[in-house]
Ligand binder design. Structure first.
Ligand code: FPP
Length: 237
């Protein structure tokens, strides 16, 4: 049964939401308009995830490298996160969305850190959909942080198994992604879930994230359903 489920329906889908800037440029709009359109689209994707029975969705919203963008874009993205918490949290909570975060909160403003923590605490018992937001997240940073934490805890080399290591990652308790979608055509991992994605299926579409709608999401899930996942083994049938 479990094997059948992993073959057909992903339990955990992760999305690299790329192309907001190009979407905006194609319309002669500022880049932040593209990010706002991305948030608009996220609403559609959340509804679609519930409709298609995807229980866990991770989105790559702000990477450790995104700090190198122009200051006004970084500030604009932080404001978007704050706006979403200020204006959408009640609705998300009412709809049973459990908010989680991966990455480092400590570099965010104290006010924003508090708001994110409040959102996580408020929604922690919801079970319709887990929305895991990667914000100030980098896969290499996550791995270094896990190693540092294991050393601080005094683990011996023999204790460092894949299971133990996974428990030290920001994604502790969340199964590895089955499907990683990247919008806007780039064939790159971009430091996203590099440990957890070891056996993920990848799906890349040319569509910019603001246009990656319900039907485009459905197409990604259909592609996943047709894959033959072998996890390094030969097929069992
Ligand atoms: C990539 O497009 C997108 C981002 C770096 C930011 C995505 C963030 C959001 C949609 C906001 C999400 C908000 C919450 C609260 C979860 P790009 O700017 O790299 O596009 P480009 O490659 O076309 O320039």
């Amino acid at each position: 049964m479990k094997e059948e489920q992993t073959l057909r329906k992903p339990e955990h889908v992760a999305i690299i939401m790329d192309g907001n800037g190009r979407w905006a440029r194609a319309r002669k709009l500022p880049r932040l308009a593209g990010h706002r359109a991305g948030v608009e689209n996220l609403r559609r994707i959340l509804r679609a995830a519930v409709e298609f029975d995807v229980p866990i969705l991770t989105i790559y919203a702000f990477s450790t490298e995104n700090w190198d963008r122009p200051a006004d874009e970084v500030e604009g993205l932080m404001n978007i996160l704050q706006d979403v918490i200020d204006h959408e949290l009640d609705e998300l909570h009412k709809n049973g969305v459990q908010l989680r975060h991966i990455g480092r909160l400590e570099k965010l403003s104290p006010v924003l850190q508090e708001k994110v923590q409040h959102a996580i605490d408020l929604t922690s018992n919801n079970d319709t959909l887990v929305l895991n937001i990667a914000w100030n997240y980098g896969g290499r940073d996550e791995i270094l942080y896990a190693i540092q934490s294991m050393m601080e805890d005094g683990l011996s080399p023999a204790d460092v198994t894949e299971e133990t290591f996974s428990r030290y990652l920001f994604t502790a308790g969340i199964p590895d992604p089955d499907l990683i979608i990247r919008t806007s055509g780039e064939m790159r991992v971009s430091n996203f879930l590099i440990w957890q994605g070891a056996y993920a299926e990848y799906y890349v579409t040319d569509t910019y994230f603001p246009d990656f709608d319900r039907d485009a999401f459905r197409a990604a899930l259909d592609s996943y359903a047709a894959r033959d996942r072998r996890f390094g083994r030969v097929h069992s049938t």
